[in-house]
Write a protein that binds this ligand. Structure first.
Ligand code: FAD
Length: 408
């Protein structure tokens, strides 16, 4: 049985960064990186952006060059899916029946894209965007002439996919069951500005209606029927309705959690010697007023990896990183800092018609988050305001003559 002093499960942003941080911290033990992926560690954000648009090849989205892992004595095992954990004997079993033993385990398995569950949703032509092979399959269909796309879900992934598909010349309809876009992650102001932009770019956005049925012909999608009864003709459907965290083996082994595995401020699960990081980790976040949440971002995966590695290397520091995120759609570059949750006011800074503005979210008068569109200076200077929970009058925040650093 192969042994790793540290075994990491999952080679996404969290798992890859954990391995990198161990070696950067001169960890002298053995490190195994087990992953279901068949591709060396790669970045996921480009999958719905430039990789989908065909503007970035695989080599440019690898987290490190292919040779890096062996050079750093990181035992990367591709195509290795862990299906069971025995915390008593500290062993793992894979889908192929191999076993590995570990001293410490870092669970960084991310999540799987949720699928539609309506009639017809098992026919060919439906796609999700989570893995590289998902996008390769989608691009193969586009290459063979698929032109009419329906995107289900008006969150970041759905919107980015819609923008990339417009760039590729597809007809795009986007269906969102909420009454606005980005309802889970941003405020009304940003949602309606992105709505206007997508419509301007020719996307047929339908709000407040869910998918009732996937219409098919010969086992392949031919259209999408909405709950409103409309049938939208489609060659392909892209489903972007969130993820289910990949935590089954941990929960079966006795780990606490439901929609994510629960971790403490040092990314420790309730099981001895097992840490969990990234999209699958449910943690009390200081920027969400201590609420138990999962964050789906590169920042969170990387910073949790660093936090877990510090604890493993004997210099623990609690996880308190400021959340940040970005999204690219058309020529709009959105940068977000903080969490737009539980806010009671939104302040617009700048003019959306100039394609250069920010939305500042206030919670009980304190700056909780900023969404900055093509306005990197606000993003950089606003971070300190979020960290400090600064109290600034709305009129002052709206005044673009005053740089945000004036309020530091
Ligand atoms: P993942 O990156 O999902 O990695 C999980 C890994 O675990 C994978 O390698 C998987 O194969 C492996 N795995 C799963 N189960 C098992 C198992 N049982 N055994 C072995 N291996 C397993 N974030 C941003 O900050 N900005 C963005 O613009 C942005 N855009 C995104 C666009 C897309 C299309 C997607 C999908 C995500 C985007 N994100 C973005 C989110 C970001 O990519 C994730 O938050 C990040 O990848 C999470 O890292 P992770 O390591 O937790 O999980």
């Amino acid at each position: 049985m192969d042994h790793g002093d540290v075994v990491i499960v999952g080679s996404g942003h969290g798992g890859a960064q954990a391995a990198i941080a161990l070696r950067q911290g001169d960890f002298a033990g053995t490190v195994l990186l087990l992953t279901r992926d068949r591709t060396p560690p790669y970045e996921r954000p480009p999958l719905s952006k430039d990789y989908l648009a065909g503007e970035k090849p695989l080599e440019r989205i690898l987290i490190r060059p292919e040779v890096f892992w062996a050079e750093r004595a990181i035992g990367l095992r591709l195509g290795t899916e862990v299906v069971a954990i025995d915390p008593r004997t500290r062993t793992l079993t894979t889908a192929k029946g191999e076993q590995f033993s570990y001293g410490t385990l870092i669970w960084a398995a991310g999540g799987e894209a949720r699928q539609l569950a309506c009639p017809g949703s098992d026919c060919a032509g439906l796609h999700t965007i989570r893995h590289r092979h998902d996008v390769d399959a989608l691009r193969r269909e586009l290459a063979t002439g698929a032109r009419r796309a329906v995107v289900v879900g008006g969150g970041y992934i759905g919107l980015e996919a819609a923008a990339a598909l417009r760039k590729l010349g597809c007809e795009v309809t986007l269906i969102e069951q909420q009454s606005r876009l980005l309802a889970r992650v941003a405020g009304e102001m940003l949602g309606s500005l992105f709505l206007a932009e997508h419509r301007r770019q020719g996307v047929d956005v339908r709000l407040g209606t869910a998918v009732a049925e996937i219409v098919s012909a010969g086992g392949r999608v031919s259209g999408v029927m909405t709950e409103a009864g409309d049938v939208i003709p489609a060659d392909i459907v892209i489903v972007g309705i969130g993820i289910a965290p990949a935590i089954a083996p941990l929960i079966a082994a006795g780990g606490a959690g439901e929609n994510g595995v629960e971790v403490d401020a040092f990314c420790r699960t309730s099981l001895p010697g097992i840490y969990a990081i990234g999209d699958c980790a449910m943690h009390a976040n200081p920027y969400a007023e201590g609420a138990l949440i999962r964050l789906e971002s590169v920042q969170n995966a990387n910073d949790m990896a660093n936090c877990a590695v510090r604890a493993i290397m004997g210099s623990p520091a609690p996880y308190q990183s400021v959340p940040w995120f970005w999204s690219n759609q058309y020529d709009l570059r959105l940068q977000t800092v903080g969490l737009a949750r539980g806010y009671d006011a939104e302040v617009l800074r700048g003019r959306p018609e100039d394609r250069d503005f920010s939305v500042v979210y206030l919670r009980k008068g304190r700056v909780a988050a900023l969404d900055c569109v093509n306005r990197t200076r606000d993003y950089a200077q606003g971070r300190k305001l979020v960290e400090a929970g600064a109290i600034i009058p709305a009129e002052a925040l709206a005044d673009t003559e005053r740089p945000l650093k004036d309020f530091h």
